[in-house]
Design a protein around this ligand. Sequence first.
Ligand SMILES: *Cc1c(COP(=O)(O)O)cnc(C)c1O
Length: 377
Amino acid sequence: MQFRDLKKQYRVLKQEIDAAMLNVVEAANFISGQQVDVLEEELAKYVGVKHCITCGNGTDALSMMMMAWDIKKGDAVFVPDFTFFASGEIVSFGGATPVFYDVDEATFNADVESLENAILEVKKEGKLVPKVIIAVDLFGQPADYDRLEAVAKKYNLLLLEDGAQGFGGRIGTRRACSFGDAATTSFFPAKPLGCYGDGGAIFTNDDKIAEYLKSIRVHGKGTFKYDNVRIGWNSRLDTIQAAILLVKLNAFKNFELEAVNKFASQYTNLLKNVVKTPIVAQNMYSSWAQYTIQLSSLEERNGLQEYLKEQGIPTMVYYPKAMHNQTAFLECKRYVDCPKTERLCNVVLALPMHPYMENEYVEVSNAIKEYLHLRHM
Ligand SMILES: *Cc1c(COP(=O)(O)O)cnc(C)c1O
């Protein structure tokens, strides 16, 4: 059994993907080919924002936004304690300070009260200048942007949506990657919309920021490539990846997103009385980057993972360590405690989930029931 069956996805889409890749190779337009422009237009239209700027990966996308907003030493950027390392790494990379806040145990996303406490603590101390809130759409579900946008407004902060796992999700009719002042995503192969290598994108309605980003992704170019008006990067999406993404975006829109939602409800039906199943908040739609259950203790979680492994069922622990406990962040001051994140790190387990499942969820659910039955005998 595969955790996320990318080989099967390729088998299904092979004809179109092969043709798309060959096209790029034959035209030899490997960098900044026309497929990149077409993809940016399609992604912007799908998400419902004015500009999509593709780049090398999701981490670069976040870093480039820090640079676009001139976030630097002495600035505080608020980051959820329960997320992938990159969400906080990019803050330190630019010299600013990440301030971690706790998450909600039901949705795994921002606990807005904890965030507000962290902002107040930083203001009270008076050493750092609060600048940006980063919110993450963890495991595919958008964070609570109605409340987050209100908090950002109240404290006059910028809001950045890290939609690396959230692409395809919605709140009502508003799509993920359209929230806050700017949003980023990742096309890492295992993300909801993935390419065949690294890739990423930034979404914004701000014309000036869009122009700045297009400049810094190619060495700070001005009117043409060899006119360099600022210090920039080399962070572009390869044409071949754009061509693959154009094929995959169609599959994503036409059936993949619907498929993962169907499998998620099958899992929930089978497991809701057995373990704590993931909750999709009212009015929200998830793209199910992960289907994450919660066990009752670290021992039970680790035992179950081991048992499933013996049955040939792969699972993952996203994430075993809170951001504030990462060695790289040990020197960062803790402004608020994050007990919910600490508990989640011990009890979460992500189950096999992807749009090309047949009925693996039955086998997985049965194995989970077996293990818990044996354990409680
Ligand atoms: C994957 C991921 C990133 C980084 O994306 P890359 O393309 O791997 O650089 C950032 N934030 C979150 C929440 C992610 O899951």
